[in-house]
Write a protein that binds this ligand. Structure first.
Ligand code: DHB
Ligand code: FE
Length: 278
């Protein structure tokens, strides 16, 4: 049976892609951010996943406002990336795991999550940058299953719905026959707002509350309405919904292996958190 070995949740700011391309890892602005990934990579070197289930939101590359699925699951053998407008380098196509994708799709549909299935799918910075942070030396030595959550165009799925969706994905993985080691990679957040009068808004108190709750009390986050999440985390802080889905996938009790919180990176309160099932 397949097993979730843990989760890495991280911000996905496009400027990180440019910093990687320009090799700015030791630059004083970037160093505290990039250094946070050194222990993440050490953890990964000990845990060696076969497949990464990436929970993220698309930013207008694969879906635009005219057609916006609430939950979409990739079922492709490979995923190309393109720059949706930030000027960041693209990466070579990422290998998919078609059989696992369909096992997850079958499982969640059985649980009444009527997802959009994508046998062709482009992935944007929200997938490519976190993978580059985990495997900076080259193409990631894993297959991926991308799962896109609408954190962009309202109405968004509620935090409660996101946790249940993640738990359903987790059950599908646990019931999947092949003995794969699965890493959950949730991306986005934490608090940030890119536009309007509150552009630049971040909220370290709410971010800390989220990081703490995600360890063993994710239900606490399901008490917030979408409106409250936007108010507390900023209009793009709603990307924390991806982290809530990811936490649902891990299921059960977890142990926090590490976290790094650094503000700001671009307009974002950047965070990385690694959780392991106990
Ligand atoms: C920024 C953050 C994001 O999550 C994103 O998708 C784009 C830009 C930023 O802070 O610049
Ligand atoms: Fe984003």
């Amino acid at each position: 049976m397949s097993k979730v070995i843990g989760s890495v949740s991280t911000s996905h700011v496009p400027a990180i892609g440019n910093a990687i391309a320009k090799r700015l890892q030791q630059d004083p602005y970037w160093k505290p951010f990039f250094d946070g990934f050194i222990p993440v990579r050490e953890w990964l070197a000990r845990n060696t996943p076969d497949v990464v289930v990436v929970v993220y939101n698309d930013h207008g590359l694969n879906f635009f406002l005219d057609k916006m699925p609430t939950f979409a699951i990739g079922a492709a053998a490979s995923y190309g990336s393109e720059d949706e407008g930030w000027g960041i380098p693209t990466v070579p196509p990422l290998a998919g795991d078609v059989d696992l994708s369909w096992a997850i799709i079958e499982g969640v549909v059985k649980d009444e999550f009527d997802v959009t299935t994508c046998q062709e799918m482009l992935v944007d910075h929200a997938v490519t940058i976190p993978l580059q942070l985990l495997w900076p030396a080259g193409p990631p030595p894993v297959r991926i299953v991308p799962i896109a959550v609408n954190t962009v165009q309202h109405p968004l799925p509620s935090a409660a719905r996101c946790l249940k969706f993640g738990q359903s994905i987790g059950r599908a993985i646990a019931a999947y026959g092949p003995a794969l080691k699965i890493l959950v990679l949730s991306t986005g957040g934490l608090s940030h707002q890119l536009e309007g009068g509150r552009a630049g808004f971040i909220n370290p108190e709410f971010d800390a509350l989220c990081l703490n709750a995600l360890i063993n009390d994710p239900e606490k986050l399901t008490g917030y309405t979408t409106h409250q999440i936007v108010e507390l985390a900023g209009s793009q802080g709603s990307e924390v919904l991806n982290w809530i889905v990811g936490r649902g996938i891990v299921q059960g009790e977890t142990r926090e292996v590490l976290r790094n919180y650094h503000i700001p990176i671009s307009n974002t309160a950047s965070a990385v958190q690694v959780l392991e099932p106990v």
